[in-house]
Structure formats: C-alpha cells, structure tokens
Design a protein around this ligand. Structure first.
Ligand SMILES: O=P(O)(O)O[C@H]1O[C@H](CO)[C@@H](O)[C@H]1O
Ligand SMILES: Nc1nc2[nH]cnc2c(=O)[nH]1
Length: 371
C-alpha cells in the first residue's frame, strides 16, 4: 500500500493546502464593511489577505480602545485647561464683577438657609444656577441651592458657591474641585472654604467656630486625590507642597477679628479631616481620628484646599462645629437635621464674622500688590 501523503485529500495528491473546500466565512475588513471570501480560491495570497484582514481588525479594535481610554481619562482625570477656560469666559462675559475672593459656603452657611446667610447678603448679587454654567456639575444634596453668586461683600468683589459638590454624591474628587479651578481662572486669589463638621476635640462645644490650622487627607492615604492623573503645569506643579496649606497671616487676622467682635470664646483652632461619607462615623473610627490628632471631621474641604494650593491660591478654612462626636456607644447618633439646625442658629454670627474677614483679607491683598 502506497504511503499516505500528508497532503493527500479525497484520494488525489495535491500539495496545495487550499484544495480543501472550507465553509464560507464572513470577515470584517479594516473599514468595518463586510467581505465574503471563498476559501477554496486557489490564490496563493489568500492567507496573506486573511492575515492582513485580521491585523486590520486588531488595529481597529486597538483604535477603538484608545478612543475609549481617552473618554475614560477625561471622565477620571478632569477637564482640560481649555475647557475650564471656556467656563470662566462664559461667566466673565455675563458679569462685570471681577472676584478677588472665592467663598465656598458649607452646610448651614449659605447653602441651605435663605435669609440671613452670607451668600444671601452679597451686595449687587448676580446669580448663576449650576445647571446653566457650561461643564459645571449640579448639586444633588437636598437643600443645596446650587448656584454661583457674584457680587460684593464689604466692598470686596467676591464669588460664592452656594452649594458645594461632595464625593458621596458620586462625583470624583477632581469634579468636586472643578469650581476652585474655575475661580482661579476668574482671577480669584484667595479661597475661603467653610464647612459643617463634627467636633472631636473634647474642649469644643456645638456652635463653636474652628479656624482650620491644618488637615489630614484621609482619602489621600488611599490614593484618592483631586490632583491624581496627568498634571497641567498651567494650573500648578506636579508635586505641590502642603505644609503651609492654611495661610498663617489669615489665621492670625481671624483670631484678632474674633477678639474685636467679642466672639473669641467660641472661636477655636484645630485640625480638620475629611472622610468620604455619606455615613457618619463609627465610635471606633472617631476614636482613631482623635488618636491621630484630628479636632473636627467632615466630608469636604480637604480636596478643595489641595486644588486651591496647587494653583497658588491663598486659603482660609473655617468649620462650624455642628455636633459633638461622642465616642461612646450609648450617646445620641449624629444626624443631618442637627447639622442644619446649628447652621441656622449660627448664621448671623457667621455672616458678621466672615464679612469682616473678607474685608480684612481684601485689604491685605491690596496692600501686598502696592509697590
Ligand atoms: O462639608 P459641608 O458641605 O459643610 O457639610 C457637612 O455636613 C454634611 C453632613 O451633615 C456633609 O455634607 C458634610 O460634609
Ligand atoms: N463626617 C462627618 N461630617 C459631618 N458634618 C457635620 N457633622 C459631621 C460629622 O460628625 N461627621
């Protein structure tokens, strides 16, 4: 019996492997159109063609992947300088105010309560709801107004955020801080970031005001940082220092003004920390925060301050202690209503205090630019 040749098919010898009839297959070509090919064509280049088609398929998959990654990176890493410039120019073309100081109104400091709050007492106010501002996120926390207010406080041109963005709302940190970069592009040199916070320091009482001396970036320990991702030098350096985050001179002025207004018995100074929220802390967590040196805990501010310092803004931070973080299991639980109530009760004091601070900070800045 003759030896069977490796290429013998159906009894006939043929050294062309293309002899065997294969079922029709449909291939996507590089442009996405469909091309039917018969595999029994005797073209010696058929495998090469298939190879080219498969390579093209892979290339187009790769291109799609690159496009997808570009989209993801925009979502994850933030808007470009040019995009935020567009937002700033939109606002500048609709208001004649050129703000020098930016204010973020924390819970109970203009975010929730209409009459009497700082943001509701801005002179010559021009209001821009977040929904109308290009590229701006929208406030989702119940009670937040969600608008930018341009105007004057004690004669100084300001822009105030009446409602901020929190990580627990589902926004990445860079998006929570997007308004800070927009403020910078509007010409703002000083940021006043206020918040409602739970008091960890046993000497603090509900209703006290805490000048923020420093912060502990708890979320940053896990790598979550508003500056994560590619760095645009037009905003600031890749590795910004944070050891002088809260301006020393501003803090001293705040202590002086507290004395002048005779509220120094309720004005404290301390270290703030931000957790992701939205739940309030467990007793064990609060004990740990106390142990590492935190005086007050909230769910905001830290990432805003990091963003502001990155683009060389001077920062003043203020916490309203809205609840006592009692570190035992049989005490009352923290709740948002209590936070709002204390904000409402303190709004008059806050308005007076912050208005005076705006005036003094603005005077200091003008003195600094004098030759
Ligand atoms: O930090 P602000 O926005 O002032 O508010 C604080 O109070 C709310 C909880 O009651 C949280 O949003 C927390 O961050
Ligand atoms: N995380 C946190 N945020 C707050 N905001 C107001 N009070 C508190 C608090 O006790 N904990």
């Amino acid at each position: 019996m003759a030896p069977i040749n490796a290429f013998e098919v159906n009894g006939s010898k043929d050294f062309s492997p293309a002899k065997k009839t294969l079922p029709e297959v449909e291939l996507e070509n590089g442009n996405g159109s469909s091309a039917k090919r018969q595999k029994d064509k005797r073209s010696p280049g058929i495998f090469f063609d298939i190879f080219i088609d498969v390579t093209r398929d892979r290339q187009s998959e790769k291109e799609k992947e690159i496009e997808r990654e570009k989209g993801d990176s925009l979502r994850e890493r933030g808007y470009s300088y040019e995009t935020l410039l567009e937002t700033a120019n939109y606002l500048l073309s609709r208001t004649s105010i050129r703000p020098q100081i930016g204010i973020i109104c924390g819970s109970g400091m203009g975010s929730y309560w209409k009459e009497g709050s700082l943001a509701e007492n801005i002179e010559d106010a021009e209001r821009f709801p977040y929904e109308e501002i290009p590229n701006f996120p929208v406030s989702t926390v119940e009670g937040h107004h969600g608008q930018l207010v341009f105007g004057k406080i004690s004669g100084a041109p300001v822009v105030a955020m009446q409602g901020r963005f929190h990580y627990y709302e589902g926004y990445p940190l860079w998006k929570c801080c997007l308004p800070v970069r927009v403020m910078k592009l509007l010409g703002v040199q000083t940021l006043i970031a206020t918040n409602a916070a739970g008091g960890l320091n046993p000497e603090f009482r509900v209703g006290d005001l805490m000048i923020v001396k420093d912060h502990i970036n708890m979320m940053g320990f896990a790598g979550n940082n508003p500056l994560h991702g590619p760095n645009d030098e037009r905003f600031g350096p890749r590795f910004p220092p944070m050891s002088k985050a809260y301006d020393y001179e501003f803090r001293n002025i705040a202590k002086e003004v507290a004395k002048e207004l005779k509220i120094d018995d309720i004005v404290r100074e301390g270290v703030y920390t931000c957790l992701g929220g939205p739940n309030f802390e467990t007793v064990a967590e609060l004990n740990m925060l106390k142990l590492v040196g935190c005086d007050a805990v909230g769910m905001s501010t830290v990432h805003e301050v990091i963003t502001a310092r990155h683009c060389n803004m001077k920062v003043f931070g203020m916490s309203l202690i809205t609840n006592e973080c009692v570190v035992c299991y049989n005490s009352d639980e923290a709740n948002h209503e209590e936070v709002l109530d204390v904000g409402r009760m303190r709004q008059e004091v806050l308005r007076k205090y912050l208005s005076t601070l705006v005036k003094r900070f603005a005077q200091l800045s003008s003195a600094e630019v004098q030759p």
